[in-house]
Design a protein around this ligand. Structure first.
Ligand code: PLP
Length: 404
């Protein structure tokens, strides 16, 4: 069991009040979580103690090299990867995915087929669609009205021409947990690359890239208590074979091969601290074990609150929840809904009057929102649970919604 009060003490922003002295309720986690003190201090300490560029002979540069290496190995532990050589760093998931698409465009050919999904964030659709310019056919796994992917449709669409399957592990718009094991079992029958967008999954569940048997996996630290920074896992040996955009003067090997220019070292230090924050919530004999244990506790807490939220919303007759239910954990702790007469934006404005932070719209999962016929309604209102949320916050939110 997690001691949520103790955890909350670690987040300075949870003490913020409005001008009347009222608390703020953060249910905007899927757009980016709040950040604990150890992350904030890590970033500021970097500038106080270590600030330099990399690969110098002097103390601050040596420290910076150490900090960057430390992040890669901590990120490898977070994802269950072999080592830090599998972890490339980028400013966000979108730009890393565009870089990947560009280098893969050099090995794909006209007539090749690449599968994406209708449910995914545009960051895992747009980069792949650019390959249409070289004649790659982009095929989409259909989204069903219940908010889940159509796996039969996927089985029918994959074939010997498929060069890559790029899907999300879970939906940032609907919270749907995709059946990745099912997809993987089909993918491995074909000689194609397998890429996973774990941006909405990584804040809530542990990841094991070896079990997932994926070639690439991407996630963004600002969704799991860190700064705005992302990383890419590549299967050992794979990145070295790709003709990435890079300068002749930089390190030509993985993981650096797909990184460009000077990285945000302070933020990278912050990401290490965010992974520390997660690991410190768990127990175990090593860093990875602690991370896995932490995620078990984290997901239990989040699932309990999300179920409370789901049940509370289900009782409100003006509200319709969009996407799967919570049975057999088909959903992350993210609940999206529409209101009978108010737009998603109006609902967010009402919630904001109660100091409840929530997002509305399509959250860049535009295709999914269009497919469900919700674009004209302004998309959905999305409430996401993070580790620092508490039961009374859910009660307050349900009450505020019931009064609309
Ligand atoms: C599922 C998913 N994929 C990709 C992205 C894009 O991530 P980034 O903002 O790091 O580019 C997001 C951002 O919200 C997301 O939720």
């Amino acid at each position: 069991m997690l001691d949520i009060n103790k955890i909350r003490e670690k987040f300075p922003s949870l003490n913020l009040k409005d001008s009347n002295g009222n608390d703020i309720i953060y249910l905007d986690g899927p757009g980016g979580t709040q950040v604990p003190s150890n992350v904030i201090n890590g970033i500021s300490n970097y500038y106080k103690k270590y600030n330099a560029n990399t690969h110098g002979e002097f103390i601050t540069s040596i420290e910076t090299d150490r900090i960057m290496g430390e992040l890669r190995s901590k990120a490898a532990s977070l994802l269950g990867a072999e080592d830090g050589k599998c972890i490339s760093i980028g400013q966000n998931m979108t730009s890393l995915n565009f870089s990947l698409a560009r280098c893969l465009s050099k090995i794909f050919n006209e007539g090749d087929e690449l599968i994406i999904s209708e449910l995914d964030h545009e960051a895992n659709r747009g980069p792949w669609k650019t390959l249409e310019d070289i004649g790659v056919k982009i095929i989409e796994i259909e989204l069903m009205p219940n908010g889940e992917l159509d796996y039969d449709d996927f089985s029918k669409k994959i074939n010997d021409k498929t060069v890559m399957v790029a899907v999300g592990m879970s939906s940032n718009a609907l919270g749907t947990m995709n059946k990745i094991d099912r997809i993987r079992d089909i993918v491995i029958k074909y000689k194609c690359l397998f890429l996973l967008d774990a941006v909405h999954y990584a804040p809530h569940f542990s990841i094991d890239v070896k079990k997932l048997d994926c070639d690439f996996l991407l996630c963004s630290a600002y969704k799991f208590y860190g700064p705005h920074m992302s990383f890419l896992y590549s299967r050992p040996g794979l990145l070295d074979k790709l003709d990435t955009d890079r300068l002749i003067v930089q390190d030509q090997n993985a993981p650096y091969r797909i990184e460009t220019g000077t990285l945000n070292h302070a933020a990278c230090h912050g990401v290490s601290k965010a992974i520390d924050f997660i690991s410190e919530l768990g127990i175990g004999t090593n860093y990875r074990e602690k991370i896995i244990d932490s995620y078990k506790k984290l997901s239990h807490h989040e699932f309990t609150l999300a179920s409370q939220l789901f049940e509370g919303l289900n009782k409100l007759k003006n509200i319709q929840i969009i996407g799967p239910d919570f049975s057999s954990r088909k959903r992350t702790p993210t609940v999206s809904f529409i209101h009978k007469s108010k737009s998603a934006n109006e609902i967010c404005r009402e919630l904001a009057r109660h100091n409840i932070c929530a997002w509305d719209g399509h959250f860049y999962a535009l295709k999914a929102i269009q497919k469900l016929g919700l674009e004209k309604k302004g998309g959905v209102t999305r409430l996401g649970i993070s580790v620092y949320n508490q039961s009374y916050e859910i009660d307050k939110t349900i009450k505020a919604l019931s009064e609309i």
